[in-house]
Design a protein around this ligand. Structure first.
Ligand code: NAP
Length: 327
């Protein structure tokens, strides 16, 4: 209820920290509210429940048993939502926890912890610690007193954390990166159906400037429609209105940091050096700051790094296929 009360200010904080549009931030905060309501309901309905497994000789009971001390580490792309997916179930299960948001986007988690205090969460249950992943994050995940680590972030960090958890045999949950395909077949249809497919691909690759782990970052097009489809994608990508997330006219915001901007430039340069060609974009946006143009790259083969590694930004490699098996 306190989250709902403060939805507008939380959304404003998220936009200030990430650069995403206020429309997106409001959707994020609505999701956060739903997450807490969902786990609150689970506490009320799932604890100490007997499950009928169809065998009278077997008793199966859902037991409410906290794991213990949880370390919760979240990334910067959906700061409050990502950490809520960890805090809400940990609270519901009766655990104590240390939450570490990304140092790039700490503000909404600070605001959240203040709300938790206002709601009466007892001292010592929900602890917030700030600082870089390399220093503070590693100190937390290396600590043998920790019973459970929940981490969302990049693959190599996740691999390190799995090693730390193994050393202490603590439980660990990892949500890592992705390289998700969008496959577009020639039978998508025409008119509205065609436009809907173009919309889906654009949203999949350019929402939040591509800084989404489930981003549709490999666009795989059937040969017979590829030229027309790419032409439309490019035309529409060039019309995406980038800008300040607080400006209602903006359709998408900047990248979260200079570091991400540098990474996009490096990926485009790498793709071109490996033989890919720019269809549109490929540069820092005229707006300056950490804005990067929505970028489409063709001539990408599955062996190229751009085809295999997560880009995590507004750069979409395009592929072609002739048969479903090849796709
Ligand atoms: P990252 O570098 O792995 O960082 C994620 C979090 O881990 C941040 O809080 C970071 O702190 C912390 N961290 C960094 N090094 C650490 C270490 N050695 N020990 C403990 N914690 C450490 O990832 P990112 O670049 O911020 O985020 C992008 C990645 O997250 C992408 O790969 C994306 O796909 C993935 N992601 C996955 C999901 C999912 O649900 N599967 C959702 C969103 C994002 P600092 O930032 O403060 O240094």
């Amino acid at each position: 209820d306190l989250l709902a009360r403060d939805k507008e200010s939380l959304a404003a904080v998220e936009t200030a920290d990430t650069g995403k549009t206020l429309v997106e931030s409001r959707i994020d905060i609505d999701d956060v509210i739903s997450v807490f309501r969902y786990y609150a309901k689970l506490v009320a309905t799932q604890s100490d429940r007997l499950v009928d497994v169809g065998d009278p000789a077997v008793i199966s009971r859902v037991v409410h048993e906290p794991i213990g001390v949880c370390v919760l580490i979240a990334p910067w792309n959906y700061p409050l939502l990502q950490i809520s997916w960890k805090i809400a179930p940990a609270l519901a299960a009766g655990c104590t926890m240390v939450a570490k948001p990304s140092e790039v986007t700490p503000l909404s988690t600070i605001a959240f912890v203040r709300l938790a205090q206002e709601a009466g969460v007892p001292p010592g249950v929900l602890n917030l610690i700030q600082g870089s992943g390399a220093a503070v994050g590693a100190a937390l995940t290396d600590n043998p007193d920790v019973d459970f680590i929940s981490f969302t972030g990049g693959l190599s960090t996740g691999q390190n954390i799995a090693r730390s958890a193994a050393a202490h045999v603590s439980k660990v949950a990892l949500e890592l990166g992705g390289k998700n395909p969008h496959i577009v077949f020639a039978d998508i249809g025409t008119g509205d159906a065609w436009d809907a497919a173009v919309d889906q691909v654009l949203t999949g690759v350019f929402l939040h400037s591509g800084q989404v782990c489930s981003s549709g970052t490999r666009v795989i097009l059937e040969e017979s429609i590829a030229d027309d489809f790419v032409a439309q994608l490019a035309e529409r990508a060039e019309k995406i209105r980038m800008g300040d997330g607080t400006d209602a006219r903006s359709e998408t915001g900047p990248l979260v940091s200079q570091q991400q901007l540098d990474k996009m430039e490096a990926f485009v340069a790498l793709g071109i050096s490996e033989g890919a060609k720019l269809v549109t974009g490929g540069q820092r946006h005229a707006l300056g700051g950490s804005f990067f143009e929505p970028t489409l790259v063709t001539g990408v083969t599955p062996a190229m790094r751009m085809a295999k590694e997560e880009i995590f930004g507004p750069v979409a490699p395009l592929f072609r296929f002739s048969t479903e098996a090849e796709a």
